[in-house]
Design a protein around this ligand. Structure first.
Ligand code: APR
Ligand code: PHB
Length: 390
């Protein structure tokens, strides 16, 4: 088989790039290890920067998002028993975020690939990139007993944190940066009316909590838990009791509880791999970087990788201009590190750290009081949350 761009990974990063390139006449094939149903069972974040939403529309996959998603102009921070609102619209020069579940947008991207008859190969096993430094790289994979070879010009590693692509860059070249947080998030999805029309990020002595939503009948809640916790330890009732203890009374009194339709614990980590290019292999999305979910930057940082790669490949194939590809790693990392900073800052300000010094706790208190006392601090938070320019 031969194509121009071979994309490893059929998650949001790989599918979005595949759709955008196809619309510009650039041939590509997506190799996905799992089947489609498995990919679509993943419950992930739900806040899209304006730039990501615009990319989805450009990929002709934004209709349902515009119909069913919710534009949010602000969110709340709950602390010391009260709610304070962050007016994103006012402090970001009129911008906002789109609340729309990643599972739904991944479904929309699959449907977009189907409409264009895009090539997404599922159950591709033992995917392996080859000859990355040559002008003729190729990828092999196994379907059952058959080994298939795809010759291509470029390989995009959109295969997530546990994928094969990052591991294909020699250890003498790759540099990894990591920070592990001493806690995780226990998340619950429930078919209940959301407790608040806008998200609530709660800072509390018992631990962080987040009230989010997928629609007006589907709520998403999280509480910070120790890394030693397992999801089996948490009954639905225990979860609701703990969540209420971390919210201001005016909120917990109106919380509608119900059975969890999904319940899981995710550890929090910050991670960046450099460089994001090796020869004709380009890393994108979770394959290259991971952020704690606090700032909702994971999918949005994948979005800027895809934006840069998409425009670089169009310049290369349509105009023979390789400058975008040559600058990809530098540009993608510059924005990815700003997302790292913002995610780390918000996580540090809002969570309780078991080993924290009292001095550190005072700094957290001060960070919060500075935020609500400074127009500049509010503008900084808002411009990062709605999304820095690509
Ligand atoms: N071969 C083929 N496919 C693979 C391989 C492999 N060796 N390893 C992983 N994959 C697939 C996974 O099954 C998954 O469907 O690559 C896809 C990677 O998707 P994601 O992990 O969702 O990563 P990405 O597309 O970059 O999306 C980033 O997803 O994890 C969230 O918080 C993250 O919101 C962010 C978004
Ligand atoms: C979610 O809805 O899953 C969500 C929202 C905002 C975050 C993290 C997760 O910061």
């Amino acid at each position: 088989m031969k194509t121009q761009v071979c994309i490893i990974g059929g998650g949001p990063s790989g599918l979005l790039l595949s759709q955008l390139l196809h619309l510009k006449g650039i041939e590509n094939i997506v190799l996905e290890r799992q089947n489609r149903e498995y990919v679509l069972t993943r419950i992930r974040a739900g806040v899209l920067e304006q730039g990501f939403a615009e990319l989805l529309r450009e990929a002709q996959c934004g209709e349902r998002m515009d119909r069913e998603g919710e534009l949010h102009h602000g969110f709340y921070i709950a602390h010391d028993g009260r709610l304070d609102r962050i007016d994103l619209h006012q402090h970001s020069g009129g911008r906002s975020v789109m609340v729309y579940g990643q599972t739904e947008l991944t479904r929309d991207l699959y449907e977009g690939r189907d409409r264009l008859k895009g090539q997404v190969i599922h159950n591709a096993e033992d995917v392996q990139p080859h000859d990355l430094k040559s002008a003729h790289p190729y990828v092999t994979y196994r379907l059952g007993d058959e080994v298939v070879r795809i010759d291509c010009d470029y390989i995009v590693g959109a295969d997530g944190f546990h994928g094969v692509s990052r591991r294909s860059i020699p250890k003498t070249v790759l540099k990894e940066f990591e920070k592990i947080y001493p806690f995780g998030w226990l998340g619950v999805l429930s078919r209940t009316k959301p407790v608040s029309p806008e998200l609530i990020y709660a800072r509390h002595a018992r631990g962080f909590a987040l009230c989010s939503l997928r629609s007006q009948v589907l709520s998403r809640y999280y509480i910070q838990v120790p890394l030693s916790d397992s999801v089996e330890q948490w009954s639905d009732d225990d979860f609701w009791v703990e969540l209420k203890r971390r919210l201001p009374d005016e909120v917990s009194q109106r919380l509608v509880t119900g059975a969890s339709i999904e319940k899981s614990i995710a550890p929090l980590r910050s991670f960046v791999a450099e460089p994001m290019r090796y020869g004709n292999l380009f890393l994108a999305g979770d394959a290259a970087h991971i952020v704690p979910p606090t700032g909702a930057r994971g999918l949005n940082t994948a979005g800027s990788d895809i934006y840069y790669l998409y425009h670089a490949m169009v310049a290369q194939y349509h105009r023979g201009d390789s400058s975008g590809l040559d600058l990809y790693s530098q540009k993608a990392l510059a924005r990815a590190w700003k997302a790292q900073r913002f995610s780390w800052w918000l996580t540090t300000m809002l969570h309780t750290f078991p080993e924290a010094l009292e001095y550190d706790q005072r700094l957290q208190d001060t960070d919060l009081s500075y935020l609500f006392s400074s127009e500049a601090a509010m503008r900084s938070l808002a411009e990062n949350y709605v999304g820095l320019p690509f």
